[in-house]
Design a protein around this ligand. Structure first.
Ligand SMILES: [Zn+2]
Length: 486
């Protein structure tokens, strides 16, 4: 997700970035190791093995998600009645039970009502209390099942566990003009489908969205078909690489589309509401941003890329289809760079637990600041030294980055403190090693999840340095570590 408005103003201040940056300089080339890198869409798309996860109970938000379900593929057929603001859904969920029991549970918001449900073709009873949908059917550990749910209702967003100014709710949101958008970090996908709504359970997705023409529905993945049937626009999207539920997006409205392609051949689509004038001028910077990031992080890891502009006021790194709000800042180049860097850091490799949000935001913010420094022709050392005094203030306000207040999700501490940490480590190991490892890490856990321990251990192994005290001081400490002290 993007940074808070206050944090952003700070970033612009310290980097000296202007509202209308000039073209970025060519990035220094980094060593490549393409041959061993996994590519998007590798393997049989019907093979659900790629979506196998080891779900865990989240330590920060344990009430959301259930580790007894390992979702493999969601097929969502959604019909939006925009006049009555009513959603009808036909969901087919293929999942693996991780434990043996008499029932299993999904997250599913109360305004949605179950019409009927089957498990492997047999009708099953459901008990829907609050946001918990309990399905009364015996399941065996490590067996795969197909759960089909028909539902309907008027979706409502849910309160977000945050003090940020740019969003206070998550999930399905209907704007004043009637268009629909979603942002759902750290949770909120359950406002529009039944889901194991936690980061440790990634799954494949197929979407069909139906809405009265000329409106159109947009989701993650590759647009496989678009046609008008009986006055309805029907779009089908396929996401070939597993995604966590917080990285899923849907937007519905009177959208126009522009198509582009990176020099490396990745198709990019940009979507903006016809009322959002001048939007494409801003959004299409995404192609250039992707090319800059590929220089730093290696080949883009998914089959397609895109940006959908919504009537939100925030931004989100939704997988293969970034969701941006319609404000001057959110449409700016640094935010576009930020959300696209997340495609490697956050989307390709995803934290297992919300205590590891810094794993997404720290490195992404650092890459964003490197881009801003290059763009503003400032040394990155200067940019980061200007940030150093801010670190203590952020720790005082919101706690250490790896031990934040659960009611203050996404505060500045998870962005800037670990960004400084990575810069200090870069100075310790040198540019060649640093950039090689920054490029390699997302591929070591490609299309899956990783834990803090896996990542920090990997850095120790790769650098040959004893780094436990360093990471502990930066991630868990109440005070800003001094350069070279740990
Ligand atoms: Zn972010």
């Amino acid at each position: 997700m993007r940074l808070t408005v206050a944090a952003v103003a700070l970033a612009l201040l310290v980097t000296g970035c202007t509202a209308d940056p000039e073209q970025p300089e060519p990035a220094p080339s980094t060593p490549a190791a393409e041959s061993a890198e996994p590519g998007p869409g590798d393997g049989d798309p019907t093979d659900l093995g790629a979506a196998e996860s080891e779900p865990v109970e989240d330590s920060v938000y344990p009430r959301v998600g259930d580790p007894s379900v390992d979702a493999l593929r969601y097929d969502l057929d959604l019909t939006w009645d925009r006049k009555r603001q009513r959603l009808r859904g036909l969901e087919t969920l293929e999942f693996r039970a991780t434990t043996t029991g008499d029932s299993f549970q999904l997250d599913f918001a109360a305004p949605l009502r179950v019409i009927d449900a089957t498990l492997d073709g047999e009708p099953v009873e459901t008990d829907h209390v609050g946001k918990d949908l309990v399905v009364a059917a015996p399941v065996e550990a490590d067996r795969e099942y197909t759960f089909v749910l028909r539902y309907a209702g008027r979706p409502q967003p849910v309160k977000a566990p945050t003090t940020r100014s740019d969003f206070s709710t998550t999930g399905w949101t209907v704007s004043d003009s009637g268009s629909v958008w979603t942002m759902q970090e750290p949770y909120g996908a359950y406002t529009w489908y039944a889901v194991n709504d936690q980061p440790s359970d990634k799954a494949l997705y197929d979407f069909t969205v139906r809405v009265a023409a000329p409106w159109v529905g947009i989701t993650n993945g590759v647009l496989e078909s678009r046609e008008v049937v009986d006055g309805q626009t029907v779009t089908e999207f396929h996401l070939a690489e597993p995604a966590a539920s917080y990285l899923v997006t849907i937007a519905i409205g009177d959208y126009a589309v522009r198509r582009d392609e990176t020099s490396s051949g990745i198709p990019v689509t940009y979507w903006a509401l016809r009322s959002q004038r001048g939007a494409f001028r801003d959004l299409t910077f995404g192609t250039e941003a992707l090319e800059w990031i590929e220089e730093k992080l290696g080949p883009y890891p998914f089959s397609s890329a895109g940006i959908v502009l919504t009537e939100s006021t925030s931004g989100m790194e939704t997988q293969t289809m970034v969701t941006l709000g319609d404000t001057d800042y959110i449409r700016s180049k640094p935010v576009i760079v930020h959300e696209l860097v997340h495609q490697w850091y956050g989307d390709l490799v995803t934290p297992t637990d919300w205590s590891e949000l810094w794993m997404n935001e720290g490195m992404t913010t650092y890459l964003q600041l490197v881009w801003e420094a290059e763009d503003g022709e400032q040394p990155i050392d200067t940019v980061m030294e200007n940030l150093r005094p801010v670190d203590q203030r952020l720790r005082d306000q919101a706690g250490p980055p790896a031990d934040y207040d659960p009611r203050a999700f996404g505060s500045g501490n998870v962005y800037y403190c670990p960004a400084l940490m990575w810069h200090d480590l870069r100075r310790e190991v040198g540019d060649d090693t640093f950039w090689r490892l920054v490029r390699e890490w997302p591929r070591t856990a490609a299309y899956g999840n990783a834990t803090r321990e896996e990542w920090t251990t990997w850095w120790e192994e790769q650098t040959g340095l004893e780094l436990e005290a360093f990471f502990t001081a930066w991630l868990d400490g109440d005070t800003t570590p001094k350069p070279g002290e740990v």
